[in-house]
Design a protein around this ligand. Structure first.
Ligand SMILES: Cc1cc2nc3c(=O)[nH]c(=O)nc-3n(C[C@H](O)[C@H](O)[C@H](O)COP(=O)(O)OP(=O)(O)OC[C@H]3O[C@@H](n4cnc5c(N)ncnc54)[C@H](O)[C@@H]3O)c2cc1C
Length: 392
């Protein structure tokens, strides 16, 4: 049985691992990067911890799986009539059964200046750009930025803003920067942080952020960014360091091939009860218009579901399932919520650490997963991964 998978992230890798257990399967996994990106750890790498926790080579994941062929290419078009996808390399990849798991991309909602001046932490390049900028700021003889602004109080914005203070203090010492005051603000348009969690969770996390010295600015709309300011609800805030964690949109592949799919209002692909967009095309993870799409655990679950369906091990219909959520807020403190269960503080933090071990062992043998997980505790020589990729 020949299966082509596009996307080497949570959904694509999990589907390939499950499918490869059947020795009759021949899997081609096409991804635009040679590594699997563990998004939940990116805020850690962006604030000085090891890059090993964020990027796991696909070669390591599929070592010993002879029926998985990993190809690095960026797929741009699909021709359903001819059953072929085509990459930027110009190579055509014919498929028999296709799984699309391309993930999502950042969007700035057309807000002026963000594209040019804001930083992000969604990829290796974005993190390198941000860190290079921070090194530049802290090595300026006339002082670093006073205001560091994180936009978007979803899990990523909360995790990042809560870890940023410790990192900036470390840089300040390292560069012997006399800057007396560093201010970190978390700016959110909604009336509360973590709007997808309960109101109680929002108030606990707001209090925790404030105790860490983060200014939480709610109900504030970002209107534009200039070379030295962010315009928020009509007022400029002086800053060279705006980190945008807010907008996410479906992968542009689907908009570019819109005539081949039915897209929902938010641009995701409408799928049937088996996550199919067509008889032999499955769409999973962030790309599918399912209820809990947008979470790593949903993508992993989707990968397992489609593998079982393809291998005819299950005829059960797909049932969306709300995964538990656990968000770290500074060192040794996290909030965990699942249905009516809630834990905060050290217990929440231990749950998060356990969840990360489970997350890595979803794609790696347990021993290797523990090794990668351990990297979360290693502070890295920042210059090692900083590339010269200045944005402005
Ligand atoms: C900073 C951040 C932190 C997050 N933290 C959490 C968290 O703590 N918990 C949680 O549940 N979720 C979290 N998420 C969301 C989670 O990461 C996604 O829901 C999950 O990655 C979706 O899996 P996926 O397989 O659909 O896409 P991805 O994991 O994004 O994989 C898509 C893959 O496709 C590749 N690709 C893209 N375009 C092409 C192309 N044209 N051709 C070939 N390959 C392509 C990409 O390089 C990537 O390898 C976070 C997201 C971000 C951005």
């Amino acid at each position: 049985m020949q299966i082509t998978i596009v996307g080497g992230g949570f959904g694509g890798v999990k589907a390939a691992l499950e499918l490869s257990k059947n020795k009759k399967s021949q899997i081609t996994l096409i991804s635009d990067k040679p590594y699997f990106q563990y998004y939940p750890a990116l805020f850690g790498t962006a604030t000085g911890y090891s890059h090993l926790e964020s990027w796991v080579p696909l070669g390591q994941i599929f070592a010993g799986r002879d029926n998985v062929n990993v190809v690095i290419d960026s797929i741009t078009t699909i021709n359903k009539a001819e059953q072929v996808v085509t990459g930027t390399s110009g190579i055509h990849y014919p498929y028999h059964t296709l799984i699309l798991a391309l993930g999502s991309v950042t969007t700035y909602f057309g807000i002026e200046g963000l594209d040019q001046y804001a930083y992000g932490i969604k990829s290796e390049d974005e993190i390198s750009e941000l860190k290079q900028h921070l090194f530049d700021e802290f090595s300026r003889p006339n002082g670093a930025d006073k205001n560091f602004l994180v936009v978007g109080a979803g899990p990523t914005g909360v995790e990042l803003s809560s870890a940023l203070g410790t990192y900036l203090t470390h840089l300040k010492k390292h560069y012997r920067q006399p800057q007396p005051r560093i201010s970190i603000s978390l700016i959110e348009a909604a009336p509360r942080v973590l709007p997808r969690m309960s109101e109680k969770a929002s108030s606990l996390v707001t209090a925790r952020l404030k105790s860490l010295g983060v200014h939480v600015e709610l109900g504030k709309k970002v209107e534009a960014e200039t070379v030295d300011s962010l315009i928020v609800s009509g007022k400029p805030i002086k800053s060279h360091t705006v980190i945008w964690t807010s907008g996410v949109a479906n992968n542009p592949f689907f908009g570019a091939n819109a005539n081949q799919f039915t897209l929902s209002k938010n641009g995701k692909v409408v799928v049937d009860n088996y996550l199919r967009a067509d008889q032999n095309i499955y769409v999973i993870g962030d790309n599918a218009a399912t209820q809990f799409s947008g979470l790593a655990q949903t993508a992993l679950r989707d990968g397992v579901f489609v593998a079982r369906h393809i291998l005819k091990k299950s005829k059960a219909k797909y049932v969306p399932k709300m995964p538990p959520v656990v968000v770290p807020v500074g060192a040794n403190w996290a909030i965990f919520e699942y249905k009516k269960l809630r834990f905060t503080g050290l217990i929440g933090s231990l749950i998060r650490k356990a969840a990360d071990v489970v997350g890595y062992s979803d794609v790696l043998p347990f021993g290797q997963a523990l090794g990668v997980w351990h990297a979360q505790t290693i502070r890295e020589d920042d210059s090692v991964i900083a590339k010269d990729v200045r944005k402005k």
